[in-house]
Design a protein around this ligand. Structure first.
Ligand SMILES: CSCCC(=O)C(=O)COP(=O)(O)O
Ligand SMILES: [Mg+2]
Length: 250
């Protein structure tokens, strides 16, 4: 039996558990294609208005900072005008592949209908499914930490090609806990799950996230998956399959 050197696993989604092609060729185009109709039908819902408020605040911060051209969403106006402004901001953020909390929360709500209708089925690497099952059998809790909203994460793992994987997961974290490239976020997650950072294994495709997790004291692996962005030189351990985590050497 393999002895694991960690007591909890924390996993990124895009480029780690799930092919980047599923996110960029399926999820993001779906959100773009359905954003306008979604805003029209769901505009009055309080939780949608909460997202619009997040987008509005973000747009102001962007304009005052690195993105002077960020499309703004006025405080007041008729619903059509506000919707068009929100749509312009959403399209602009999606073009720039922003990972802001407001955009991610709204995308999750748009995807919900697609999963429910069976139009969307999430892709999870087979070796991840095996690892989730093995960790679950070993009573080692597995958590997700993604820029995608917690609601979107639950939808994704609830509707995979392997069925509903949520029973294999112990919890979910998104950017409402903190940015993924900031060490404090990983300390906060460790506190929340009650496991010292040194006993948590974080797997991601993003070097900056791995650096932040290591700064917090976590063990790291960088996932090298087909289509992932090339990385500069680094000294983190890598994997091409989660199977490597269960080899006798690991
Ligand atoms: C349910 S997550 C959908 C993918 C997504 O929106 C995203 O931003 C993924 O980012 P990650 O932090 O998992 O690389
Ligand atoms: Mg990722």
């Amino acid at each position: 039996m393999t002895t694991l050197s960690y007591r909890a696993a924390l996993l990124d989604i895009e480029g780690t558990t799930t092919p980047v092609t599923f996110v960029y060729d399926v999820l993001f185009p779906y959100a773009r294609a359905h954003a306008e109709a979604f805003l029209k039908s769901a505009w009055e819902r309080p939780e949608v208005q909460d997202d619009i408020a997040l987008l509005r605040d973000q747009a102001r911060q962007d304009a005052a900072g690195d993105f002077p051209d960020a499309p703004q969403i006025p405080d007041r106006g008729d619903a059509d005008t506000l919707r068009q402004a929100a749509l312009a901001n959403i399209h602009w953020q999606m073009d720039a592949d922003r990972k802001t909390t407001g955009l991610k929360s709204l995308q999750g709500k748009i995807w919900k209908d697609g999963y429910a209708a069976g139009t969307l089925t999430a892709s999870v690497y087979p070796d991840v499914f095996t690892a989730l099952r093995r960790w679950h059998e070993a009573k080692l809790p597995t958590y997700i930490y993604s820029s995608g909203s917690v609601a979107a994460q639950k939808l994704l793992f609830g509707h995979t090609e392997e069925g509903d994987l949520r029973p294999l997961l112990a919890g979910y974290f998104d950017t409402t806990t903190g940015p993924k490239k900031v060490a404090q976020s990983y300390r906060d997650i460790a506190d929340e799950i009650g496991v010292p950072t040194a006993d948590v294994l974080f797997v991601t495709d993003n070097l900056h996230e791995a650096i932040a997790a290591r700064e917090a004291g976590m063990q790291t692996r960088i996932a090298l998956r087909p289509g992932n962005a090339p990385l500069p030189e680094h000294d983190h351990l890598t994997l091409t399959s989660f199977d490597a985590l269960f080899s006798p050497a690991d």
